[in-house]
Design a protein around this ligand. Structure first.
Ligand code: GDP
Ligand code: MN
Length: 379
């Protein structure tokens, strides 16, 4: 789950990180009122779940409330990387002497959080990684001990020469790690972490992504979810209890069990196709889930064929068959459906499907090959 910048800033502030005040608004009038209240020049920033807002024109400075209102009118409603801006953050504009990058991610390879810092801040860290990889410095964090003082100081020395700034930055790094842990984050970054002309270290941007598996034990973080900023298909999938990830191909996949879903996607690729999605309908026997799954898959215009691959265990094949028939009745399916079912109540499922005019296969290879063929071969 992604947080908005204003939410991430609040979490950093709670952990002690110096962050400028600010407020969120969804109309230009509110922006003007906030700027009046702040009584300084402000920065107006699009709140969407993506970086690169600055480059896209989604971050603008304004000298006075009237100007703030004018830039808000430009930013509200604009599209950044396909996302519509319906909220902006208004904060006092900071004067910038230097910009650096600091971030913590979960590193799968070393199985621990890794702190990364770079004196090349402000720009996309991916760009720095591609062009000047030697300007990014990393240290692994042992979660038993946390980010130790000497590690934080060592990393801060890569950013600054002035010892006062090094000390301030080291504290910020430890506060960032605390916020990262407390939020159950998979990523927490500040880009840019600036120094002001007066020499203070301040966080001007904040990005936090939460590991969804951590949300159950953190209701206050889960409450920060903004479904209006998420892909409708993913919101619907979550509400229906489905694990869904959209991909770029054209074979819509509906499978029970994450392992079988992965194997199905592998096989689609093996036969020269590209899966349009990962979708695990889970282990329950609920025809409604199948209906929801089909609604999500068919809403994707690039889907050219739909492949069901069901291994009946706890999931009963007849329930899935009923779900397919019910969904086909509700939605006017315009793409061909290939169904492979095997296991619990398989014979009953075949009977239901045949009565509704479908045929079911039991061989996985055969079903996948046919679905790829119907989608028009390699995507
Ligand atoms: P991003 O482009 O989505 O990462 O958005 P940022 O919040 O990082 O803003 C992009 C850039 O705008 C920053 O790197 C700064 O150079 C600039 N910027 C953001 N806030 C301020 C501010 O308060 N004052 C000034 N002078 N520049 C700012
Ligand atoms: Mn940024």
């Amino acid at each position: 789950m992604n947080l908005h910048e204003y939410q991430a800033r609040a979490l950093l502030k709670e952990a002690g990180v110096p962050v400028p005040d600010g407020d969120v608004a969804s109309t230009a009038e509110e922006v003007e009122a906030i700027a009046t209240r702040l009584g300084t020049g402000v920065v107006v920033k699009a709140q969407v779940h993506t970086g690169g807002r600055g480059k896209a024109g989604g971050v603008k400075l304004a000298d006075n409330p009237a100007e703030a209102r004018a830039v808000a009118e430009q930013i509200l409603g604009m599209e950044i990387k396909g996302l519509t801006v319906d909220k902006v953050l208004v904060a006092p504009a900071a004067a910038i002497a230097s910009e650096s990058y600091v971030g913590i991610i979960v590193d799968r390879e070393s199985q621990r959080p890794v702190l990364m810092v770079s004196p090349e801040g402000g720009v996309d860290i991916e760009e720095v990684a591609a062009n000047t990889p030697d300007r990014i410095f990393r240290v692994g964090i042992d979660t038993r001990y946390g980010l130790l003082d000497h590690q934080a100081m060592g990393m801060a020395f890569h950013l600054y020469e002035d010892i006062r700034q090094v000390r301030q930055a080291a504290v910020v790094l430890q506060q960032l790690y605390r916020a990262f842990l407390q939020a159950g984050a998979s990523l927490a970054e500040i880009n840019p972490l600036i120094t002001t002309p007066g020499g203070e270290v301040v966080a001007l941007d904040a990005k936090i992504s939460i590991d969804d598996n951590e949300l159950d034990t953190r209701p206050e973080i889960a409450a920060l979810r903004d479904t209006s900023a998420e892909a409708p298909s993913e919101v619907k999938a979550r509400d229906s209890g489905l694990s869904f990830i959209k991909l770029e191909g054209n074979v819509g996949c509906c499978v029970n069990g994450a392992g079988l879903a992965m194997a199905t996607m592998d096989l689609v690729k093996y036969y020269g196709g590209e899966p349009a999605n990962f979708l695990d309908i889970g282990g329950s026997s609920n025809p409604d889930k199948v209906v929801a799954a089909l609604e999500i898959i068919t809403a994707d215009p690039s889907v050219r064929s739909i492949l069901f691959n069901i291994f009946g265990g706890i999931t009963r094949c007849d329930d899935v068959a009923n779900g397919i028939v019910a969904a086909a009745d509700q939605l006017s399916l315009t793409v061909p459906v290939v169904i492979r079912l095997t296991g619990t109540n398989e014979a009953e499922a075949v009977r239901i499907l045949e009565a509704a005019g479908y045929s079911a296969l039991t061989d996985m290879d055969e079903a996948v090959e046919r679905a790829v063929e119907l989608a028009g071969g390699a995507a």
